[in-house]
Write a protein that binds this ligand. Structure first.
Ligand code: SF4
Ligand code: SF4
Ligand code: SF4
Length: 769
């Protein structure tokens, strides 16, 4: 900027006739003021939102399920915390469980923050700090979580760095609270866990926005392309590169190299877990093998010639398993070096020669991975042409004959699958039970480790599955990223008043017995009932791995818009942020709740008005603990599968004494328990399905909206349990809430229960008072 200024005055300074030469950078604060006045809690520190957390925790107190009553975290111990005893530091079992939950949430948040830091750092290096964050014409509220939590409206990649600085600082404080002799109250541990969960949300939003703009992934595209999914879509006659993990960058260079060299049709690039989802967001030609639960089976099958691993949810014995098949492995991320030699400084040709000699290496320069993986795949596929990795069916029979029927496999299987019975049947050359095992098994390999005859149970199961289940070709809609503002405008009112009965978000892994089928069953049930179904990560894949009688997947049957009856795949685990983001955008775009640094008011709005529920069906990592606890802080309930009891903590209400302030009248009043719990376990898929309509109820539902939700609650209960919901009377506020089609039977039921209508219903419910 250059020029003459005649006069200028400010509260601090008066100037006349002066020259400006050089650059004047206007402060961020001045620029930031443009969009919204700052709210009360920008960049909240660990205790800033404690009051909000305590409000939630009072209504939904933690319920602990210790799976171990010893603590051995420091050398004062190990300490026995059973039967009311305290450890040497004074910690009791309740505080210890809460501390473990906080540690898990910190690990999850650190994992996503580090992932996002890597992406942002990489993209800034390639595109510059000033690269704009532009999600297209249909998305003005580009980063609802970032805006609400930090008060920053990110305009460039450089702005995202500030958000990550904040995340990293908070995680350090939170983790330090878990040190011996720090936090000493279980509710404060829980409040900190909620803070860690919120940081996790924030970091995921940063990472996903960065990769959407920097790698040109779909920007809220309702018609994102249908892409291939499933083992059967991989052409085994071609060289195959398998990418496992969550970080798309190495896969991006593999795709680029193939395109630049006209090799797209000659080499198969496929992926497992979120890396797969994100590669297909980058290029629809890539293929998704399936979720995490198929990892060991697919590697054992020997289809891959080159295995490229990046970060998160990769088997830590992946090197050993890959080498057994004669394939080679490239590690590409500092979080998983696997003891390998770092050859990043070598030229690509030198790298290829090194890996041909040593079969595996660490390459941290991801750009080089493109050429190295592709050229290696060409060579290795020829070398492995006749390599047999799985036993053939006759060998499966012979191996089964060695089984002593000791039953250890059944005992150690986390799901108590009948491995022994499959072995006994296979001795006779029959495989029905093995086929069933294949469908359910999530290839953890624990049965193999315990087998006294060292039988390769996972390999045997994989062979039988591949032989008998031919049709393993599916379609999934590529992850579309955020929900458009215009979609929010369309559905805001129907969701808030209950006319759209709810938003059902299926997230996380489906590594649960029958997990793939069950997740698809849940999605189908609520799509048919015109809920909005949203999915991400492995759950999004599982939904695609089920076909109807016409051979169609749910993605082929239902559109990808965020609307009643829409099936929205937002993308990978990072993209989960767009589900919370949609709830925040409803508060902002539809109800004009300001976002900037205004966490409590936004979360209060969601808790009382946005009928959304998350479902995480499989057993999963610390990331899932952080995700669930984070969305809880935003006021969104979560249902978890039976394995999630191992997270040790639920947030359950007793269904009584729910109170809100009606802002319209200024009166505090008793209300129905809506939503009844914040995080709750369902033992079966049927139980889960029946909880969903209930957890979508909100105090703000209009009578018409509540009647619709009650209709679905009654009808799923009757469908799956053949009876009326045993707690229905809690949710019927007045006769107006009773759906016309089932009025008589509901009234009969209510009479039996001695139900009385509520005298007052809040018009503007809030728990902030
Ligand atoms: S942290 Fe406390 S309870 Fe745990 S081992 Fe140390 S002294 Fe015992
Ligand atoms: S690999 Fe499958 S059958 Fe074996 S223990 Fe794991 S889940 Fe059970
Ligand atoms: S652990 Fe091995 S030997 Fe024992 S029943 Fe299972 S498969 Fe057979």
């Amino acid at each position: 900027m250059e020029g003459d200024i005649k006069s200028m005055s400010s509260p601090l300074l008066k100037l006349k006739n002066f020259k400006i030469k050089g650059t004047i950078k206007f402060g961020e604060e001045v620029e930031e003021e443009d969009w919204e006045p700052m709210g009360p809690t920008p960049m909240p520190k660990v205790p800033t939102l404690r009051k909000w957390d305590f409000r939630l925790l009072k209504r939904y107190p933690p319920f602990y399920m210790p799976i171990c009553d010893m603590c051995c975290l420091c050398t004062f111990g190990k300490c026995d915390l059973s039967r009311g005893k305290k450890g040497a530091c004074g910690l009791d079992i309740k505080k210890q469980q809460a501390r473990i939950v906080l540690i898990a949430c910190c690990i999850g948040a650190a994992c996503h923050t580090a992932h996002s830091r890597h992406l942002v750092h990489y993209l800034i290096e390639k595109l510059g700090k000033d690269y704009p964050i532009n999600l297209g014409n249909n998305i003005d509220v580009e980063a609802p979580i970032t805006r609400t939590v930090t008060g920053i409206k990110p305009k460039t990649l450089g702005d995202l760095e500030k958000v990550l600085d904040y995340c990293e600082e908070q995680i350090t404080h939170l983790l330090s609270a878990t040190h011996t002799g720090q936090e000493g109250d279980y509710l404060d541990f829980e409040s900190k866990a909620m803070h860690a969960g919120m940081i996790d949300d924030l970091a995921r939003e940063v990472g996903d926005i960065a990769q959407i703009v920097g790698l040109n992934m779909p920007k809220g595209d309702e018609d994102a392309p249908l892409v291939d999914l499933g083992l059967g879509t991989i052409d085994k006659n071609k060289p195959v590169i398998l990418c496992i993990g969550h970080n798309v960058v190495p896969g991006r260079y593999i795709i680029d190299y193939l395109e630049e060299n006209g090799l797209d049709d000659e080499i198969e690039v496929c992926g497992i877990c979120c890396t797969a989802l994100d590669i297909t967001r980058y290029n629809e030609g890539a293929k998704i093998v399936g979720p995490l639960s198929r990892q060991l089976m697919f590697v054992r099958s020997g289809v891959a010639d080159v295995v490229v691993v990046d970060e998160q949810c990769i088997r830590t014995d992946i090197l050993e398993e890959t080498l057994k098949t004669g394939a080679v492995l490239i590690a590409t991320n500092e979080k998983m070096c696997l003891g390998l030699e770092d050859i990043s400084h070598l030229s690509e040709d030198e790298m290829i020669n090194y890996i041909l000699r040593n079969r595996a290496a660490l390459i941290l320069d991801e750009e080089k991975v493109g050429k190295v993986a592709v050229e290696l795949a060409k060579i290795i596929s020829k070398e492995r042409k006749d390599k047999k990795c799985l036993p053939d069916l006759n060998e499966v029979v012979e191996l089964a004959k060695k089984c002593t029927e000791c039953g250890w496999c059944n005992r150690v299987c986390p799901n108590s699958f009948e491995v022994k019975e499959a072995m006994i049947e296979a001795k006779q050359g029959k495989f029905d039970k093995f086929v069933e095992l294949y469908k359910k098994c999530y290839s953890c390999g624990r049965c193999e480790c315990e087998c006294e005859r060292n039988l390769p149970i996972v390999s045997m199961t994989t062979k039988v599955g591949e032989y008998f289940i031919k049709d393993m070709k599916f379609k999934i809609r590529a992850g579309r990223g955020p929900i458009q503002d215009v979609e929010i405008r369309r559905v805001g009112a129907p969701i808030v008043f209950g006319d759209i009965p709810g938003v059902v978000a299926l997230v996380g892994c489906s590594n649960h017995p029958n997990g793939e089928e069950e997740v698809a069953k849940i999605a189908k049930e609520f799509l048919e009932r015109k809920y909005i179904v949203v999915a991400s990560g492995c759950a999004a894949m599982s939904i695609g791995m089920w076909k109807d009688e016409d051979g169609k997947t749910l993605y082929e049957k239902y559109g990808g818009s965020f609307e009643a009856g829409g099936l929205v795949n937002v993308g990978s685990c990072l993209s989960n942020c767009h589900i919370t983001g949609a709830a925040i955008k409803i508060a902002n775009i539809f109800a004009k709740v300001p976002l900037r640094g205004n966490f409590e008011q936004v979360a209060d709005y969601i808790l009382n008005r946005v009928g959304a529920v998350g479902i995480a069906w499989g057993a999963m990592s610390q990331k899932a603990a952080a995700i669930a606890t984070g969305v809880n802080r935003w006021g969104i309930p979560v249902i978890v599968g039976p394995h999630a009891a191992k997270y040790r903590r639920m947030y359950l209400s007793d269904g009584k004494d729910f109170e809100v302030l009606d802002k319209r009248t200024g009166e505090i009043m008793k209300i129905e328990p809506a939503p009844e719990h914040l995080i709750v376990t369902a033992e079966t898929v049927e139980e889960c399905i029946c909880m969903i309509p209930k957890l979508c109820m909100r105090p703000n539902d209009s009578p018409k909206g509540r009647a619709m939700k009650i209709y679905h609650y009654v009808s799923v209960y009757e469908k799956y349990f053949g009876m009326m919901p045993p707690d229905l009377e809690k949710f019927v506020r007045t006769e107006q809430d009773i759906p016309f089609m089932i009025k008589d039977k509901v009234m009969d039921y209510l009479k039996e229960k001695g139900w009385k209508p509520r005298e007052k219903i809040p018009k503007e419910p809030t728990i902030i008072y």
